[in-house]
Write a protein that binds this ligand. Structure first.
Ligand SMILES: [Fe+2]
Ligand SMILES: [Fe+2]
Length: 264
C-alpha cells in the first residue's frame, strides 16, 4: 500500500551475543515485514547495560534508524557520550534536566519523517518526572514535524503503560512497551487510532531469567544479596512488533508482534 508506512520495532537486546545475532537478522526482518524504518531498544546491549559506541555502530550499520534505551543505560558509562553526541540514540525523556541526551528524535524514511519519543514509567522505578505530562509537551513539538510518531514506553507496571497509551490515543501512531522482557498478548489498535502493546518482549537468550543466567538470578532471589550479573546463553530469539500507519494521518491500521528464533 503506497499511502502507508511500516515501522519495525525490536525489543530489548540483551548482551553482545544477542546483539550480533540481531544485527544479522535485521535485513531479512526488514524484507519480511516490508519495513520502512527500524527502531531498536538497546538498553541491555552491552553486558545487560546500555550500548557503547561499538554496539550503536553495529546497529546503525545494520539498518537501525533510531536506538532507544531505558533505566539500564546509566549503568554503562560509555553510553553517556553516545547520548550526548548522537541524536539517534535516545534515553527516556522524563529524566531530570542535566542528564546527557534526550528522548526525542525525528529521522528520514523513504515514506517521510518518523518521530520517536521515549518515556519511562515511575511505578516500581526511579521517581523521575511525570511521563504523561512530559510526553504531552514533547508531542506538541514533534507533531509539528510529522504525524508518524512511535512512543517507547519503558515501564514495569502494565497499568501505567496502558494508561499512557490511552492518554496519547489519537495523537501518536503507536505506544510500544519495553523493559519487562516478556512479550504480552494484547497488541491492538485503540479507539482513536493508536496502536499499542504492553510489552514487545526481549531479544536475547530465552534459556534464562529475562536474559540473565538462571543460576545468578536464583542466587539473587534466594539470598537477597548482590550477585555479579552474568548473561545467559541458549534459545536465542528476537522479539518485537511491526506497526503500519496510514499516510498522511499517521493513524495506525495494523500492529503485530513477533518472537522468532535466532541462530545458535
Ligand atoms: Fe531491558
Ligand atoms: Fe529497563
Amino acid at each position: 500500500m503506497e499511502s502507508a508506512i511500516r515501522v519495525l520495532f525490536i525489543g530489548d537486546i540483551v548482551g553482545t551475543p544477542a546483539l550480533e545475532r540481531v544485527v544479522q537478522m535485521i535485513g531479512q526482518l526488514r524484507q519480511r515485514y516490508r519495513a520502512d524504518a527500524v527502531i531498536a531498544n538497546a538498553e541491555n546491549a552491552w553486558e545487560g547495560k546500555g550500548p557503547g559506541k561499538r554496539e550503536a555502530e553495529l546497529l546503525f550499520a545494520a539498518g537501525v534508524d533510531v536506538i532507544t534505551t531505558g533505566n539500564h543505560v546509566w549503568e554503562n558509562w560509555k553510553s553517556r557520550p553516545l547520548l550526548s553526541n548522537d541524536p539517534r540514540v535516545l534515553r527516556p525523556h522524563n529524566y531530570p534536566p542535566g542528564n546527557p541526551g534526550g528522548g526525542v528524535a525525528v529521522v528520514k524514511t523513504p515514506r517521510g519523517l518518523l518521530g520517536v519519543l521515549q518515556v519511562q514509567g515511575r511505578v516500581y522505578m526511579p521517581p523521575i518526572d511525570c511521563p504523561f505530562r512530559t510526553a504531552k509537551r514533547a508531542l506538541e513539538q514533534l507533531r509539528e514535524h510529522t504525524p508518524v510518531i512511535i512512543v517507547d514506553m519503558h515501564a514495569e507496571a502494565t497499568a501505567e503503560k496502558i494508561a499512557l497509551a490511552r492518554y496519547l490515543d489519537g495523537s501518536v501512531t503507536a505506544v510500544l512497551g519495553t523493559h519487562t522482557h516478556v512479550q504480552t498478548n494484547d497488541a491492538r489498535i485503540l479507539p482513536n487510532g493508536t496502536a499499542f502493546v504492553t510489552d514487545v518482549g526481549m531479544s536475547g537468550a530465552f534459556d534464562s531469567v529475562i536474559g540473565m543466567a538462571t543460576e545468578v538470578a536464583l542466587r539473587r532471589f534466594l539470598y537477597q544479596t548482590a550477585h555479579k550479573y552474568e548473561l545467559a546463553h541458549g534459545d536465542w530469539r528476537i522479539s518485537g512488533a511491526v506497526v503500519e500507519a496510514q499516510l498522511p494521518s499517521g493513524c495506525a491500521c495494523a500492529i503485530e508482534t513477533f518472537c522468532l528464533p535466532m541462530p545458535d
